[in-house]
Structure formats: structure tokens, C-alpha cells
Design a protein around this ligand. Sequence first.
Ligand code: SF4
Length: 339
Amino acid sequence: MITKNADNPTKTTEVEQNTLLEIKNLKKYFPIKHGILQRTVGHIKAVDDISLTVKKGETLGLVGESGCGKSTIGRTIIRLYEPTEGEITFKNQNISHMKERELRQDVRKNIQMIFQDPFASLNPRKTLRMILGEPLKIHYNHSRKKQEEIIGELLEKVGLSSKFLNRYPHEFSGGQRQRIGIARVLTLNPDLVIADEAVSALDVSIQAQITNLMQDLQAELGLTYIFISHDLSVVRHISDRVGIMYLGKLMELGTKADLFQEPLHPYSQALLSAVPTPKKQKTVQRERILLKGDIPSPANPPKGCVFHTRCPHVMDRCKQEVPSLLQVKKDHFVACHLY
Ligand code: SF4
């Protein structure tokens, strides 16, 4: 039986043992500084009171337009950013305010991130051997032979040859560089991998190769992914569940099937109406919903429901009251006063 958890509406007792990561009321505000004295005159509310759970072995897609806060969530989970408020629990351990030393010992190995531009994150002066050997050297005390063995295996896993070990990043194509980025992440045998726009810079055919590789690795190694992207088609391909974000808030969270076939939130409906339906699927072709106006600034988000300035169903209540993320059916949550 599914029951709601009072603290976190997206957490159900059935999935509790299965939970790898839990975020509770997470906020990340960036101060806006002004003048010679650099006084704080406001805040960018990049992530504003988000709660969700990630189950072991699943892929949770986080999707939304640029500036919705999806990348900030990823970077806050991995503690590149200090959370402003809220809790991050990973493997039953509260890591929200862990000191760097503890993070390095307990967490950094287990949560890894793949970035959009692997070239920027690969040191151009280091060979593949050095790039992949470095994390192993920092975290383990393997013999040189063992290290070479691990690196060779990893390269094979990501579809590259160990003959490339003495090459530099510029000698590889974009897709190959992303494979190197994935191999580097895998050196530490993580439980959770956060992929932040990991295939956005690649050609469509290469995108498919990389997402397929990620799926194969997930099946083989039991990895859990948070897949952050603005591209709904890619998210549909790889995710088990999907969260839709707008202006730092989670608007809807559900299984891929529920969300893509029957989106409930007016923002999800508009976003998904722009995505072509694959021919083989029987999904009803939706009428395109065009939203009025631009996304408001996260420095000054609208009162009440942050989507109310663009929502075709706006009511008086929406302008005053923030809708909570409520469960409307099993594994399907919506933040909207219509439900
Ligand atoms: Fe639209 Fe109101 Fe629902 Fe917000 S709460 S999405 S404004 S109907």
C-alpha cells in the first residue's frame, strides 16, 4: 500500500528502503550584490523549496527551460554549491552541511558528475593515462599494474581502446571525449551519477550512442542517474521518472509513461505539446500550446504559483497561494491548484 510521508510528499513508505538520495525542502539562493560595498540587495532563487527522492538503480530526468534551476540542484547535491536551506540525505546520511574533509572521505567518490563540455573538464596537458589514473591515485592505493588494468577495463567498457592511453584530449572527437568523461567518473565506482546536459553539445546520432552507453553501464554496474537536460526527447529516451521544473520549483513529478502520455500541470502540458510524438507510439497528437510572455526573473519570481503570469488556467487563488506538490495517483505528483 502506498502512503504519503508527511515531511516529503514525494516519498512513499514503499520506496523508503529503496531510496538512495532524498532532498527535503532544498533551497539555493544566490545573493545579488550591488555598489562599492557589495551589499546584498536581493537573491536569485535558483532552487526554491524542492523535495524529491531518487531510488536505487533508476534514472530520474530533470527537465525545464534554461534558468529553471535544474543544474543548480545537481551542483548543490554534489556540494559544489552550499545549500541555503533544506536537507540532502545520501545513503541515509545527512550530507547537507558536511565539511569538505568528510565529504572527500565519504561522499565525493560515491556521487559523481558528468558535465556538458567534457573538453573543458579534461586537462589538455594530460594524457588519458594521467586523466584516468589521477582519481584512482587519490582515492586508492593500487599498484601501478593494477591501476593500468582498471584503466584498460574502463576504456573497454566505454567503447574506447587502451591504445589511446598516451593521447591528449584534443586528439578525440566530442563523442569520444564524453566517453572519456564517463570513464573518469567510473574510476571511483560511484553509486549516483549526475549527468548535467551530458549530451546537449553532441550531434543527434552521437547523443543516442552516449545515452545507450549510459543505459548499458547502468544495467551492468547498477548505477543510479539524475539526468538533467532541457531536451525532452532525450529525457524521454533515458528516464524512468521525470521531474518538470519552472523558476526553481518542481511543477510535476511522475513516471515517464504518465508524464509523456498524460501531463497534468499546465506548464508540463505546454512544454510537452512542443515535442514530436514518435510514430510507433499511440499517444494522441497534442495541439501545440503556446505560452504568453517570457519566464519571469528568478530574482523576482511571481507571488503564489510562480507560473501564474503565463498559465492559461490562472485563478485568483493562484496569485496568492503557492500550490504544494501533491500526490494525485501512485508515483504522480503535481503542484497546481487545479488538482
Ligand atoms: Fe495555473 Fe493556478 Fe495551476 Fe499555477 S496553480 S499552474 S496558475 S492553475
